[in-house]
Design a protein around this ligand. Structure first.
Ligand code: FAD
Ligand code: UDP
Length: 372
């Protein structure tokens, strides 16, 4: 065998495993079917702007170990995520906070906001929320559900809010303070110089073959290594033999504009049902509108995001963590557990709605188990 590990996927999980294994003297080969490294966090330079090609990524964590680890490979700026919701031209502050409640109801004090939410919760008669709709109404009341959650969520997930699990909406904070920092994390920011540079540092000195689909060249690639770390979709690995897991996919429509400021914020969510896109990202604002030398950028790049049901051939972005898919995943997991030479990891390998920090923690844990 030429390599100790064949690592399928050059995203965060694969790159961290590769880095740690190589550091310990193991021979590793990374393959990725895409033409670029970095998985979903890859950034591409357009007009000196780091464009988040596979969706906007804001790093945030409360885990000091994860933060200390990742900051070996990049310095982070102080970007704080504060998206704006646009409902038919009305603008609201996100996540739900006193600015949102004031705009929605004219309330001024936290007590008034709490009373308004409580009144709408009581009117809806929900005691134990069973789905996303009930959970949302009991957290923020019906008005906010109708204007800021329902349309966005149904576009994002392609499902009625009554058919989605409650936990998805619990990702969104609700605050009775004037604090619109989306992620209440101890550590937050964007890697200076872009995510791609950070991933290049992680993969420094490691052999990477791009445009190489593992599943299409499985026998040949398996013959090269003792063990495989697989970070692609778990159902694809098993040739969908138990059926396909559902994913949501996203199509990104990029535009370079000859103006310096399109929307004045990195993220604007379009929360009505009729606008076909879920949100518009204006990438330059992740880095305060400046280039690497601190010069103001004359142009701007925006991406409209359209969410769709995943079809074979599309990029699988979001696992659909409902009961049906969770049960099917458990069946695939049993098959995965019986593959002694393959480790399944990452967002697709474990079919989990992982943020970057959770992927880093999970990869480091696996390194400890596998490499020591
Ligand atoms: P990936 O980055 O998906 O990497 C898997 C790699 O495997 C890919 O490069 C793929 O090409 C490759 N691969 C798959 N199959 C094969 C094959 N057969 N052969 C060869 N290669 C293969 N997290 C945050 O913390 N903050 C955010 O703001 C945030 N925003 C997000 C926005 C979007 C649109 C999405 C989809 C996710 C977001 N995330 C965010 C989550 C974040 O992207 C993931 O946690 C992280 O990137 C997952 O890393 P990974 O290595 O598991 O997977
Ligand atoms: N959400 C919403 N309105 C918004 C933003 C988010 O209703 O303006 C809902 C939506 O269901 C989404 C969930 O909150 O899936 C979690 O939002 P988050 O921004 O964490 O989603 P991500 O894109 O990071 O998965």
């Amino acid at each position: 065998m030429k390599y100790d590990y064949l690592i399928v996927g050059s995203g965060l999980y694969g790159a961290i495993f590769a880095h740690e294994a190589a550091k310990l003297g193991r021979k590793v080969l990374v393959v990725d079917k895409r033409p670029n490294i970095g998985g979903n966090i890859y950034t591409e330079d357009i007009e000196s702007i780091h464009v988040h090609k596979y969706g906007a990524h804001i790093f945030h964590t409360n885990n000091k170990k994860v933060w200390d680890y990742i900051t070996q490979f990049a310095d982070f700026n102080r970007f704080t995520n504060s998206p704006v919701a646009n409902y038919k031209g009305e603008l609201y502050s996100l996540p739900f906070n006193m600015y949102t409640f004031n705009k929605m109801w004219g309330v001024v004090t936290p007590d008034e906001a709490a009373a308004k939410i409580e009144k709408q919760r009581r009117e809806a008669g929900i005691s134990e929320p069973q789905n996303l709709e009930e959970q949302a109404i009991s957290l923020v009341g019906r008005d906010i559900f109708e204007k800021l959650i329902k349309g966005y969520t149904e576009k994002q997930w392609g499902r009625d809010c009554k058919d989605l699990p409650a936990f998805i909406i619990k990702r969104l904070p609700v605050r009775l303070t004037f604090d619109n920092n989306y992620f209440n994390a101890l550590y937050q920011g964007i890697p200076i110089g872009g995510y791609t540079k950070m991933m290049e540092h992680l993969l420094d000195g490691i052999e990477v073959r791009l445009d190489t689909d593992y599943l299409e060249n499985k026998d040949e690639l398996d013959a090269l290594a003792d063990k495989v770390i697989y970070t692609g979709p778990i159902d694809a690995y098993f040739d969908y033999q138990l059926g396909t897991l559902e994913y949501r996919s996203v199509r990104f429509e990029n535009e370079v504009l000859d103006i310096s400021n399109f929307q004045g914020n990195a993220a604007v969510n379009y929360t009505d049902r009729e606008t076909p896109w879920t949100r518009i990202i204006e990438h330059k604002w992740f880095e305060f509108g400046k280039d690497a030398d601190g010069k103001e950028l004359p142009k701007t790049v925006i991406s409209r995001e359209y969410s769709s049901e995943w079809q074979p051939g599309d990029e699988p972005y979001y696992p659909v963590n409902d009961v049906k898919n969770a049960a099917l995943y458990e069946e695939y997991k049993k098959l995965a557990d019986s593959e002694s030479k393959v480790v399944f990891g990452g967002r697709l390998g474990e079919y989990k709605y992982y943020d970057m920090d959770a992927v880093i923690a999970s990869a480091l844990e696996k390194c400890k188990e596998e490499l020591s």
